[in-house]
Design a protein around this ligand. Structure first.
Ligand code: NAD
Ligand code: DAU
Length: 341
């Protein structure tokens, strides 16, 4: 079915990968990207879409109803029912510890503004892209299922849990066509180099020290971003309204192992590893049980870590200008506050 899609946060890491995937996989769809272009938004990720008559960019803030209305005006150029895939968020845990309010504003308030507008326009579906971090932290064993109680531990994850609950309440109270996805850690092209994998790649490429929090034995469940995008598309097209879908790849590694693999790809010594002060409230382990989306929607990750990590490293190696440009003044100022001069 031909669709018109409003994608929020489409100039960020996952949103831009999603738009690039859709432009290829669903060439007859109309795509409207509503993005405020914060430090994390980069239109350079989307140069491939420039001149595509079905792709529209609306520079706007999801917290401002007038901006959201402009996205609906752009969507009126498309055909078929309008749906929303909602990526826009403040996404970095360390930043939420430095300053929490922007997270509450965009992630909580912005999601409610979008829900109100989506209800007023009678959207067909609203896919809310959330995170496994809303479940809190695991011990050495076990997995997050969709029934795991929410127990967020950082201002970031608490604001995401708040937004999940607003979507849930709209479904329950108004019959809103909301669906929620909760994915584990992504990696791949266009990820901002504040997150572990691109940060380590950019530092290792320059032979600089690699900051590892605490003992480095915190575990994350890594998923290649293309697999995440395919899962979101499956939820948009075939998911059951009102349902939540966990997304993950059974691909758990302690942070130290990730850092060692990247250092080795650059032929750099492990002596570059620098154990630094731990992240306050640092969640010990995330691991996803994705059996619902596998069983109900037939989604499975296609990429193996052994192939996708080297592919990601190769992408960053070939994109030195992209990397240089995103590491602008504002980013350097953040790094100074996070890691010291
Ligand atoms: P990102 O930080 O790379 O991109 C966020 C995008 O949202 C940017 O383009 C930014 O300009 C835009 N944005 C921020 N505030 C906005 C506002 N008020 N109005 C309009 N646009 C705004 O984030 P990401 O890593 O691509 O994550 C996208 C979504 O996926 C987030 O909701 C995040 O919680 C979720 N998620 C991320 C991961 C991960 O590993 N990165 C894993 C699971 C879920
Ligand atoms: O699990 C999904 C979440 O994954 C998403 O919801 C978030 O948006 C995304 O940022 C990510 O959160 P994490 O906190 O897990 O990702 P980050 O890349 O910041 O850190 C990964 C791990 O690496 C974590 O245990 C902290 C550690 N780390 C991170 C940085 C930036 C370090 O040891 N050193 C660092 O300098």
């Amino acid at each position: 079915m031909t669709r018109t899609l409003i994608v929020t946060g489409g100039a960020g890491f996952i949103g831009s990968n999603f738009l690039l995937t859709l432009a290829k996989e669903r060439p007859d769809w109309t795509l409207v990207n509503l993005d405020a272009l914060t430090y994390a938004g980069n239109l350079e990720n989307l140069v491939e879409l420039e001149g595509n008559p079905r792709c529209h960019f609306v520079h706007g803030d999801i917290c401002e109803r007038a901006d959201v209305e402009r996205a609906f005006e752009a969507a009126a150029k498309g055909s078929g029912p309008v749906s929303i895939v909602h990526f826009a968020a403040e996404s970095h845990v360390d930043r939420s510890i430095q300053s929490s309010l922007p997270f509450v504003r965009t992630n909580v308030l912005g999601t409610q503004v979008l829900i109100d507008a989506a209800r007023a326009h009678g959207v067909e579906r609203f896919v809310h892209v959330s995170t496994d971090e809303v479940y809190g932290s695991l011990g050495e064993r076990g997995y997050f299922t969709e029934e795991t109680p929410l127990a967020p531990n950082s201002p970031y994850s608490a604001s995401k849990a708040g937004s999940d609950l607003l979507v849930r309440a709209a479904v329950h109270t108004f019959g809103f066509p909301g669906l929620i996805t909760r994915c584990s850690n992504n990696y791949g092209p266009y990820q901002f180099p504040e997150k572990l994998i691109p940060l380590v790649i950019s530092l290792a490429s320059e032979g600089k020290p690699i900051p590892v929090y605490g003992d480095g034995l915190h575990v994350r469940d890594w998923l290649y971003v293309v697999d995440h995008c395919e899962a979101i598309l499956a939820v948009l097209e075939r998911g059951t309204v009102g349902s939540t879908y966990n997304i993950g790849g059974h691909n758990e590694y302690p942070n130290l192992e990730i850092v060692r693999r990247i250092l080795s790809a650059f032929g750099q010594p492990e002596s570059l590893i620098q154990f630094v002060k731990d992240r306050p409230g640092h969640d010990r382990r995330y691991a996803i049980d994705a059996s619902r989306i596998e069983r109900e929607l037939g989604w499975r990750p296609r990429w193996r870590f052994e192939d996708a990590l080297p592919r990601t490293i190769a992408w960053y190696r070939s994109q030195t200008q992209w990397l240089q440009r995103v590491r602008n003044g504002a980013y350097r100022e953040y790094l100074r506050r996070q890691y010291g001069p």
